[in-house]
Design a protein around this ligand. Structure first.
Ligand code: 3PG
Length: 213
């Protein structure tokens, strides 16, 4: 219970959930380590990464102070396997009551994908901690503002197309944090220089801090 509260606080304070969707285990680990070096406190390894459970386990063991999650969870079995591997955060692209139920049994934090007002409210009713607005770039920060008028209690993290340049608009619209993928994870794609991932993570965290001032 208390661990879950600490994890929720970690998401709220750090403001970024990093989504690692790599093509190999090695790349996922290298990106995660470089991003953590840059200050990332919360990350999810998507289940599409080869050997995702091993990656989650290695990171959970090596970085006990970082909130390690599993993404693209589509069923309860995968949710349980991810929890056993060390994930304390479970993310689904759509409302998945089986995942939420399993996560709540073990007090893992849930980020549930939703798009419409109906999906957002159903996510909250089902017990999701955070609603992941996806694909966020299709609607923009104004959409969050509109949704939060009747549903101010929704903790929303927009995902898809969020950058250091536009993150202040999302936070100003009332988002609790943001989901970030390619801006950070693909920074070393061209030349394999993972210091660029570290630099991109720092840049993003600075943009979040500046937006919150
Ligand atoms: C994902 O699921 O990979 C996210 O949508 C990432 O979006 P981004 O790469 O635009 O940040």
């Amino acid at each position: 219970m208390w661990r879950k509260l600490e994890n929720l606080k970690k998401i709220a304070e750090s403001g970024i959930v990093l989504i690692i969707r790599s093509e190999s285990e090695q790349e996922a680990l290298a990106v995660a380590e470089a991003a953590i070096e840059g200050g990332i406190q919360v990350l999810e390894i998507t289940m599409s990464v080869p050997n995702a459970l091993q990656v989650i386990n290695k990171l959970a063991v090596k970085y006990p102070d970082v909130l390690i999650g599993a993404g693209t969870i589509l069923d309860a079995e995968t949710a349980r396997a991810a929890i056993l591997a060390g994930a304390e955060l479970l993310v689904s692209p759509q409302l998945n009551p089986d995942m939420i139920k399993m996560a709540n049994r073990y007090q893992a934090v849930t980020v549930s994908g939703a798009f419409t007002a109906k999906e957002i409210i159903e996510s909250l009713e089902t017990g999701a901690d955070i609603v992941k607005l996806f694909p966020a770039e299709a609607v923009g920060p104004q959409y969050v503002k509109a949704i939060k008028a009747p549903v101010p209690q929704a903790a929303i993290t927009p995902t898809g197309g969020v950058t250091p340049q536009n993150v202040h608009e999302w936070l100003k619209a009332g988002c609790v944090g943001v989901g970030v993928g390619s801006y950070i994870t693909k920074a070393a794609q061209k030349d394999g220089d993972y210091r660029k991932v570290t630099a991109a993570a720092k840049e993003f965290l600075e943009a979040v801090a500046a937006a919150r001032q």
